[in-house]
Ligand binder design. Sequence first.
Ligand code: 5AD
Ligand code: SF4
Length: 476
Amino acid sequence: MNDRSVLNIQTLPENETERQFYFMDKAAGYVETLAQELGRKPTCCVTTFGCQMNARDSEKLVGILRKVGYEIIENENADFVIFNTCTVRDNANQRVYGRLGELKGFKRRNPKMKIALCGCMMQEPSVIEKIKKSYNFVDLLFGTHNIFRFAELLCSVFEQEDMVIDIWEGTDSIVEDLPVERKYPFKSGINIMFGCNNFCSYCIVPYVRGRERSREPKDIIREIENLVADGVVEIMLLGQNVNSYGKNLDNPISFAQLLQEIEKIEGLERIRFMTSHPKDLSDELIQVMKESKKICRHLHLPLQAGSTEILKVMNRRYTKEQYLALAEKIRREIPDMAITTDIIVGFPGETKEDVDETIDVIKKVQYDNAFTFIYSKRTGTPAAAMEQVPEALVKENFDRVLKTVQETARERVARYEGQVCDALVEEVNENDASLVTGRLSNNTLVHFPGDASLIGKIVNVSLDECHGFYYMGHMV
Ligand code: 5AD
Ligand code: SF4
C-alpha cells in the first residue's frame, strides 16, 4: 500500500455504501479528465455471459458506469469494456477467451481503452493465471464477492499502470443501495439471495458464488416498492435455490412467506422467481402459488437427470419417483402451471438406459420447455474425477433427449391456441417492426400487431396460431 492510499483511507466513510459513493465521485473526476483529453464523452460497454444473476449484476455495473460519466453503448469498440463472465460450462469460458482476442485489436488502436473482467470465471485461480500470462493487456480483474467495490476498483484502474486484481474467496456482506440501471423500464430482476450450499457434484457454482446468504425481507420489499414507483410491473426474484430462502436469517422466514409479503405491494402485477430446487419445494409454496393473483404460471424445476442412480451421484437428493410425484402434485393443484427444466446429458457413468429414464420423465411431466446441456467437466468438482462418457454416446443420447423435448413441448405449448391471455408487451419485434412481442404469465412469447407505445403494458391477446415455442396473435 503506498502513502497516498493510507491517507485516503483516513478520510473515507466507514459505511460501505457511503464509501462506494465516495469512490464514484472520485472516479467521476477521472472520467471528466479523460473526456477532456478525448474531446468527447468516454464510452463503455458491458457484455454479459451466463444467467439472470449475471444480467442483474451487469445492471449494477452499468448503474455505476453511468453515474461516473460514461456513455453506455452496445459496441465493444469502446473506451471501457467489461465482460461479466460465466463458468458453468466450459464453452462459456472459451467464448470469453475468443472475445478477448478481438478486444486486443481494439485496444491497439485506442491505447486509452480499459478492459475489465469480472464474474464467476474470475473465481477460478487457473483462469487468473492464464489471463496474467496470455492476456496481459487486461486492466482489471475482480470476482463475484466484491462487485459492490466496482467504483473503488475503477479508481485503481485510473491510478495504476499494472493490472488491478481483486479476488475474494468469499464474503458475508451484502451491500445495499448502490446505483442500478435497468435494461427494461417495466421489469426487473431482484436478488433475494446469493450463493449456493447444494454442491451438486457436477456444478462449479458453489465454489465461485460462495455459501448461501439471504437478503433481509425488508430490504427486498423496499427495493421492489421503489421499482414499482419507478414503473416496474413485473419482477423476477433471483437465487440459485430460492426455496431455501430465509433459513439463515436472524429472524428466519420461508420463501412462501416472502412471496406473500411481496404480493401485497400495490401496483406490482407479476411475480416470477428462479431457480427452484425440487428437494426444497414445499407444500406451503404450492398453496401460496395457487392462491396468488400475481405469481406467474411458470415454474422452472431443474430435473438434471431422470435416473435415480445418476441423481444420487449428482448429489441432487431426490429420486425419479419423488420428482415425478412433485410434478404431479403441482399439476393437480395448479393445472395451468407451465413447468420448464434443465437437463444434463453425459454425466459420468450415464448409460443409454439412464437416458431412457430421463426421456421417460420428459414424457410424463410434459415440460413446456427444457434446456438440455451436454455435461461439461469442471475442474475441482467431484464429477470431474469420475470416469467420463465417450463423446459419441453423449451425442447420441443428447439428440434423443432433444427430440423428445421438442415433441412434447410443441404439444404442451399449443394447448392455449384460440384462447385469450394477458401478455406483458416487452419490445417491438426484432424482425418485423409492425409487430410487438409480449410475454404470457406462463412465459410463452406471443407476437402481434402493435407499436412501441404498448411497451410495458399488460394487454389481452388472442393466441391465434402456435409456432412451436411461440404464438402469433392479435390484441382484443
Ligand atoms: N455441465 C453441464 N451443465 C451444467 N449445469 C450446471 N453445471 C453443469 C455442468 N458441469 C447446468 C444445470 C443447471 C444449469 C444452470 O446449468 O442444468 O441447472
Ligand atoms: Fe449448482 Fe446444484 Fe447449486 Fe444449482 S443447486 S447452483 S446446480 S450446485
